[in-house]
Design a binder for this molecule. Structure first.
Ligand SMILES: [Zn+2]
Length: 53
């Protein structure tokens, strides 16, 4: 199970410049603004934005 709690979803924001809210799209979280996907491991989102250097 890799469900993110509703309370956590409320406060999570995309770490990229847009700081968009995230929505669940199991098994990942997706930024509602930029569409970046974040893995969820043991219920904890891995908030590492892809670096495009
Ligand atoms: Zn984003």
């Amino acid at each position: 199970m890799s469900e993110v709690s509703a309370a956590l979803l409320e406060i999570l924001r995309c770490p990229r410049a847009d700081h968009g809210r995230l929505r669940e799209d199991p098994p990942v979280l997706v930024c509602t603004v930029c569409g970046e996907r974040y893995d969820v491991i043991d219920g904890m989102p891995v908030m590492l934005a892809g670096e495009h250097s």
